[in-house]
Design a protein around this ligand. Sequence first.
Ligand code: TXA
Ligand code: MG
Length: 338
Amino acid sequence: MSDEIRRAAAHLKSGHCVAMPTETVYGLAARVDSPAGISSIFRLKERPSFDPLIVHVASLDEIDRLTAEWPRAAASLAQAFWPGPLTLVVKKRPEINNMITSGLDTVGIRMPRHPIALALIQEAGAPLAAPSANRFGRTSPTSASHVANEFPDAVRSGEIQILDGGESSVGVESTVCQVTENEVVILRPGGVTFEDLVKHFAENQDPKLRGVRVTRSIGHHASPGHTEHHYETRKPLIVSWQGPLEPKSYRVQGQTIPFDEIRELVLPSEPALAARSLYALLRDGDQDSASQALFIRRDLTQEKNRTGLWAAIDDRLMRASRLQLGDGPLKISTGSGT
Ligand code: TXA
Ligand code: MG
């Protein structure tokens, strides 16, 4: 692998992209100081320019070069949860390429936990900007073969080099948080849970940090790229928050789908396993030629099925689905904690 990592670092240096494994999902990476590499990311993903990229670091030494402010709350979260699935959005240095930050005055930063990602960033000698390695709005990749299926031409031609780091262990993306002195706003739920963040501050040794409020942003001021329709499968996905499908046909996006052409995908009941298998399950469902639509059932009756990692899983299901039956988690749980 070390030869492959050296080759990948050289590929990045010459203005190309590398698909890098992380513990959340695979990212399509370019050096932050390579305008050619960054524009390739947007072109390959067909990603709109309004959607900023997360900058991945391997060491806290990079923070000064990237940020104009590093609130005490951010430093404390980085110490507790990095390397790991947490992205911190803070005021950026003006020198950071505007393509990365979509012209915003903030930058999202994360230190991934996967050893190959860390080794690649170190070998590159520069932070790497990386979105999830899928076409814009589609299901995220949690294995090297998912990336190869997503960008067959660019992988075959060698434009994208893939580093195979096995299956992503967390399986859903990082939690994106906007961090200021007194408040942490969750812009996208992910691998670090709301409860983890609330506990971190509530039990903090530092009395100033005990006053930091953690809020979930529902709808308003969410991440620019975290759109209502995202993580989409190719076949329409039906999600039920109320019970099993009735044996009848369903009308989804102007299409009538007979009951026996809807394939049910069963998520494991343990949330860490459900998160890990979610995207692979959706991709498998898409590939199955015997069905026209996919169906996932979630049971929100018990509180344990609505908290922790389920918040991230249900967020993805809501955005990926084309038809929802019953009241989803937004109707049931909102809130904040200090
Ligand atoms: O786990 C992850 O976060 C993966 C791996 C590869 O690190 N990356 C990922 O990137 O999910 P992407 O581009 O698919 O999603 C990044 C999200 C988008 O919703 C984007 O709008 C938001 O983070 N984001 C990035 N920078 C931001 C900023 N400065 N302000 C607000 N939102 C930001
Ligand atoms: Mg993405």
